[in-house]
Every structure is written in structure tokens, then in C-alpha cells.
Design a protein around this ligand. Structure first.
Ligand code: ZN
Length: 140
């Protein structure tokens, strides 16, 4: 389960609309309880560096991930997940998303239909990396 404040969700929706027709992406920064429940407190925008297909894909280099991790740690927090948008596609992870995801992290996907933010869903990759499971999302 992942808890996200309404303000943070609004911020992600606004970024998804602004990046349209390209995908936006960023880190979800917050805390994790012992039971594995995540609470997002803020986000860190990451530049979509995919060389060719930013309308259908996002890419964040390892350096940017490391930078986001150390930025979070400086705030006494952790990166608990990644958000990205799907321009004119549903909020379900693509095969590309699965191939590039890691277990444990939450993958929050925002569907942006013709420039307007639509569905939003969070996913967690199984340990065997074969598929994503939907994650309960609570707006706080
Ligand atoms: Zn995707």
C-alpha cells in the first residue's frame, strides 16, 4: 500500500499535462514502515532522457537515480518509487516498463488523455520480475 498526499498527486497530474505529448517522470520520496507500507512526502522531478521515443518511453540514467537517492537521504528520506505518465495510454505498465523496473519500488503511472490527466494507478513488480501487481493507493 502506498499513501500519497492529494497535493503531491495534483503536482504529478500537472507535470503529466505539461509534458504531454511526451512522458514525464520523477522520484517518489518518503518513508516505509516495517510492514512495507510506503508514505510519499514529496517528489523529485527527473528529466526524461530517452534518446528517441519520449512519447512512449522514459529513461532516467543511473546517475540521476543516484542523485535522487542522495537528495532524499539528505532529507532523511528514501526513494520509495518512480512516477511516469502515459500519453494517450492507460495507466497500466508496458512491457518496456516491466523490463526496466526493479522489485519493491512503487511504479505510479498517470494516464494523460489528449493532454488531460486521467487514470492513476500504482504497481509493484514481483520478485521474479514476471509481472506487476496493482498496489493499493490511498490519497491522504
Ligand atoms: Zn510506462
Amino acid at each position: 500500500m502506498i499513501r500519497i498526499p492529494r497535493g503531491v498527486l495534483e503536482e504529478i497530474r500537472a507535470r503529466g499535462a505539461k509534458a504531454y505529448p511526451e512522458e514525464c517522470c520523477g522520484a517518489l520520496v518518503g518513508q516505509t514502515t516495517e510492514r512495507g507500507e510506503k508514505t510519499v512526502l514529496l517528489t523529485k522531478h527527473l528529466e526524461n532522457r530517452h534518446p528517441g521515443g519520449r512519447k512512449r518511453r522514459y529513461f532516467v540514467g543511473p546517475d540521476a537515480y543516484r542523485e535522487a537517492e542522495s537528495w532524499a537521504r539528505r532529507h532523511g528520506l528514501d526513494v520509495v518509487g518512480i512516477y511516469h505518465s502515459h500519453p494517450d495510454h492507460s495507466a497500466r505498465p508496458s512491457e518496456y516498463d516491466r523490463e526496466h523496473a526493479w522489485p519493491w519500488y512503487s511504479y505510479l503511472i498517470l494516464s494523460v488523455e489528449r493532454g488531460t490527466p486521467a487514470g492513476l494507478a500504482s504497481w509493484v513488480l514481483r520478485d521474479d520480475r514476471n509481472r506487476f501487481d496493482p498496489e493499493e493507493l490511498e490519497c491522504t
